[in-house]
Design a binder for this molecule. Structure first.
Ligand code: HAM
Length: 417
C-alpha cells in the first residue's frame, strides 16, 4: 500500500472480519461487567497533562518518553491518554462522597509513543475496570476474579496470573531505602549503562531483562523483607482468598509494575503464545492524589490487540456473519425487492441486495462478501405468483415458498440464523 494511504506507524485501521472479533470481545466484556455490577465510564481521550504526570510517576517510561503531549491554541499542555486509570480517578475526584465504592469499566483507545513491534502499538485498546475502595483484600480478589471471568468468556485458557505485593503506601520509603542500600553494595558489578539508572526507580530494577543484571538481581533481598508485618498479613489474606475461590495464581516476588501509583497487591496476566510482549493484562491496588484528594482503588486493564492475538493462537473461530441477500432477476424487481428487504430488516434480520441490475453470478459473489447464509431469489415470475425462492448457501439446497407463508416462517426464526 502506498504510504499516502497508511495510518501512522504503530496505528491500524481495524476492518472487515477483524471488526467482528473486536465487537465480539466488547460485547462479551459488557455482559460480564454488567453481571459484576460495573457501569461504563467514557472519559475524554485528551486530558490536561497534570492528570497523568504525577500519578503515573515521573520516572515511569510512559511519563519520561512515551506520552503524546501537545499544546492547544490557548497554550494549555495536554496529553492523549496513555492509560485509563488516571482519567477515571480524575472523574471520581469530581464526585465527592459518591465516589466511594464505585465500580466502573471502560473500553477504548490509549496512546503511547513506544517503538512499535509485534504486540506493541502506539494506538492500542484497553478493556479496563476500576473499583474505588480502601485497601481490602476481598476487593483485590474481586478484581482478579472479574478478570478471570472475562478470560473464561473470551475462551482464553492458556494464560497465567502472576501476583505480588508492593507493600502499603507507608512501606514505600522503607522499601526504597532497603533496596537502594542493597543495590549500592553491588552497583559497580552492573554493566556501566545500567549503573546510572538504579537511582531512577529502585523497584523497576527488578524488571530489567538484561541477563547480567538478572543474575545480580536474583541475589538481592526480596522487597517483602522491607515491608511491615501488616502488609505481609494483607498479602497472605489475598492469596488465601484466591485459593478459596479456586483461582490459580503464581506468586512472583520480583513482579513490579511500570506505574508509580500501585501499592499492596499487583498482578500481570501473561499468555504463553505471545513471545516478548506476553502481558495480556496488568492491574493492582493503587493510591492516586488528584488536587487535594487522595483516592484508593483497585483495577486492571486488558490489551485488546494482545487478547485477539492470544485468542487466534488458541484457535478460537472467528465469529460468523449471517443474514439474507436478495437476488433480483431483472431491473423491474429491484423496487419490490427493496420493499422486501425492509420487511426482513424490520423483523430483526440482516438483509442486503444489489441495487444495480447485475448478473446472477455477480450478485451471488456479493452475497458471499456480505456474509449471507441464505439467498432469496425473485424475478418477474415470482412477483406475479407471489412466490420466493430461498437458497441455503451452507447446504446448497433451495426451496420455493409462498411469500406470505415465508414471511411468517421468518418471523419465527432467530435473527442469528
Ligand atoms: P499496563 O500494564 O500499562 O497497565 O497496560 C495494561 C495492558 O495494556 C497490558 O497488559 C497490555 O496488554 C496492554 N498494552 C499496554 N501497552 C501496550 C502497547 N503499546 N501495545 C499494545 N498493548 C499494550 C495499565 O495501563 C494500568 N492502567 C492498568 C490498571 C488499571 N491498573 C489498575 N487499574
Amino acid at each position: 500500500m502506498s504510504n499516502d494511504f497508511k495510518p501512522l506507524q504503530g496505528m491500524s485501521d481495524i476492518t472487515g472480519n477483524d471488526v467482528l472479533k473486536w465487537q465480539q470481545i466488547e460485547e462479551q466484556s459488557r455482559t460480564v461487567f454488567d453481571t459484576f455490577g460495573y457501569s461504563e465510564l467514557r472519559t475524554p481521550l485528551l486530558e490536561k497533562s497534570e492528570v497523568f504526570l504525577h500519578s503515573l510517576g515521573d520516572s515511569s517510561d510512559i511519563v519520561k518518553k512515551e506520552m503524546y503531549a501537545l499544546e492547544d491554541r490557548g497554550g494549555r499542555s495536554l496529553v492523549l491518554r496513555p492509560e485509563g486509570t488516571a482519567g477515571t480517578i480524575r472523574y471520581l475526584a469530581s464526585l465527592g462522597e459518591e465516589a466511594n465504592n464505585l465500580r466502573v469499566y471502560y473500553i477504548g483507545p490509549m496512546f503511547r509513543c513506544e517503538r512499535p513491534q509485534a504486540g506493541r502499538k502506539r494506538q492500542f485498546h484497553q478493556i479496563g475496570a476500576e473499583f474505588s475502595s480502601s485497601p481490602n483484600p476481598y476487593a483485590d480478589v474481586e478484581s482478579i476474579m472479574l478478570q478471570f471471568e472475562l478470560l473464561k468468556k473470551y475462551g482464553i485458557n492458556d494464560s497465567k496470573i502472576k501476583i505480588n505485593t508492593l507493600g502499603s503506601q507507608n512501606d514505600k520509603k522503607n522499601i526504597s531505602h532497603g533496596m537502594l542500600t542493597s543495590l549500592n553494595k553491588v552497583k559497580n558489578k552492573f554493566p556501566a549503562k545500567y549503573q546510572n539508572r538504579i537511582d531512577d526507580n529502585v523497584l523497576r530494577v527488578l524488571d530489567w531483562k538484561d541477563e547480567e543484571c538478572k543474575k545480580l538481581i536474583s541475589e538481592l533481598p526480596l522487597i517483602t523483607s522491607f515491608m511491615s508485618e501488616d502488609s505481609l498479613i494483607y498479602f497472605n489474606k489475598v492469596k488465601d482468598i484466591l485459593t478459596e475461590m479456586d483461582i490459580e495464581i503464581e506468586h512472583d516476588p520480583k513482579l513490579v509494575r511500570g506505574l508509580d501509583y500501585y501499592n499492596h497487591t499487583v498482578w500481570e496476566i501473561t499468555h504463553n503464545s505471545l513471545g516478548s510482549q506476553d502481558a495480556i493484562a496488568g492491574g493492582g491496588r493503587y493510591t492516586i492524589q488528584t488536587g487535594k484528594k487522595q483516592i484508593n482503588g483497585v483495577g486492571f486493564a486488558l490489551g485488546i490487540e494482545r487478547l485477539i492475538l492470544a485468542s487466534n493462537n488458541e484457535g478460537e473461530d472467528l465469529p460468523k456473519k449471517n443474514g439474507y441477500w436478495i437476488v433480483s432477476l431483472g431491473e423491474n424487481t429491484i423496487i419490490e425487492n427493496m420493499k422486501l428487504s425492509n420487511k426482513i430488516r424490520s423483523l430483526g434480520h440482516r438483509c442486503g441486495m444489489d441495487l444495480e441490475n447485475k448478473s446472477i453470478k455477480s450478485q451471488l459473489r456479493k452475497a458471499d462478501k456480505f456474509g449471507a447464509t441464505k439467498v432469496l431469489i425473485r424475478g418477474d415470475q415470482e412477483l406475479i405468483n407471489n412466490k420466493i425462492i430461498e437458497k441455503n448457501l451452507d447446504k446448497g439446497s433451495q426451496q420455493e415458498f409462498d411469500l406470505n407463508e415465508w414471511i411468517g416462517i421468518l418471523g419465527e426464526r432467530n435473527a442469528s440464523i
